[in-house]
Design a protein around this ligand. Structure first.
Ligand code: FES
Length: 94
């Protein structure tokens, strides 16, 4: 994970200072999940994503999009197919 010059990590969380005073790691080691209207769940933070058999899903970015429409060809990740199938969500439901 990297830290920006503004003192925030890749996910935008504030970073804690190191003994040298430079930010180095998140002050709050939490993750967040954002439900995108008519789209995927955006997962930000340090979480492990496991398949049905417990195998870790490969993850190469600090933020990933998880499919919730069921149409993705690269599950558990979103490949944009939700647009093709016309997936719709109710904004009041997560
Ligand atoms: S939510 Fe994007 S492909 Fe399913």
């Amino acid at each position: 994970m990297t830290t920006s010059p503004t003192g925030h990590d890749d996910a935008g969380h504030p970073a804690a200072p190191t003994s040298a005073g430079a930010p180095a790691r998140p002050a709050t080691p939490w993750a967040s999940i954002t439900a995108c209207p008519d789209g995927p769940l955006l997962v930000r933070g340090d979480v492990e994503i496991l398949g049905p058999d417990g195998t870790p899903a490969p993850r190469q970015r600090p933020t990933v999009a998880l499919c919730r429409c069921g149409a993705s060809g690269i599950k558990p990740f979103c490949d944009g197919s939700h647009k093709v199938v016309g997936f719709r969500t109710d904004d009041e439901d997560l």
